[in-house]
Design a protein around this ligand. Structure first.
Ligand SMILES: [Zn+2]
Length: 183
C-alpha cells in the first residue's frame, strides 16, 4: 500500500477537521476516496496525528480506536463534516448541530480511554463549535477539505498552498497554453 498519512493530510488545523478530511474529494462521487475504508489506515492515523496535527500538543497520549468503536468514530466524522461544511456555507442549523452533539456524546460515553481517537476528536469538534471566530473556517477551493485559516489577513484559499494551490496554478497554466477558457 503506497498510501501514507503525510503532513499535508493534516492541513485542517484541528483534529476534528483532519478526521473529516480523511475522505478525499467528497463532492465528486466518481473520484471520492474514503481513507478509513481500510482499518489499518485508521490505526496509522493516530501516530501521524500525534506527529502532524495542529492540535497534537493536546493529545500526546492518544490511543487507536478499537473495532467496536469504529462505527461511532465514523458517525462522528460524518457529523463533523456535515455541520461544519454547512456552517461555512451559512446553512447549518440545529439539526446538524444536534446530530454532531449526539455523535460527540456517544464517542465520549463509549470510548475505551480518555485518549481514544474518537474521544479526542469529539473534544476537538466541541472546541470548534465554540470557536470565537467561525469565519476562519473555510473549504479548500481545490480538494474540498475543511480547514482553519490562521493567516493574519485571512487570505488562504487552499488547505495547503504547496499542494492544492500549486495544482490549480498548474492546471490554469496548462489550459492557457491550450487556449481553453479558465473556469
Ligand atoms: Zn485542498
Amino acid at each position: 500500500m503506497s498510501f501514507a498519512w503525510t503532513p499535508h493530510r493534516f492541513s485542517g488545523g484541528a483534529l476534528a477537521l483532519d478526521l473529516a478530511n480523511s475522505v478525499i474529494l467528497r463532492f465528486d462521487p466518481a473520484r471520492r476516496v474514503d481513507r478509513f475504508a481500510d482499518p489499518d489506515a485508521i490505526l496509522a492515523f493516530v501516530p501521524a496525528a500525534q506527529a502532524f496535527c495542529a492540535e497534537r500538543w493536546l493529545f500526546q497520549d492518544m490511543v487507536a480506536t478499537d473495532a467496536a468503536s469504529r462505527p461511532r468514530l465514523l458517525a462522528l466524522r460524518e457529523a463533523i463534516d456535515v455541520h461544519f461544511r454547512r456552517r461555512v456555507l451559512g446553512t447549518d442549523d440545529r439539526n446538524s448541530l444536534s446530530t454532531l452533539l449526539d455523535a460527540a456524546s456517544q464517542a465520549l460515553r463509549h470510548a475505551p480511554a480518555d485518549g481514544a481517537l474518537e474521544a479526542q476528536s469529539a473534544h476537538s469538534a466541541l472546541r470548534l463549535i465554540c470557536e470565537p471566530d467561525p469565519q476562519r473556517m473555510k473549504i479548500c477551493g481545490n480538494c474540498g477539505w475543511l480547514f482553519l485559516d490562521r493567516s493574519k489577513n485571512r487570505s488562504r484559499t487552499w488547505c495547503d498552498m504547496a499542494v492544492c494551490g500549486n495544482r490549480v496554478k498548474a492546471s490554469k497554466h496548462y489550459k492557457r497554453k491550450r487556449g481553453e477558457p479558465e473556469p
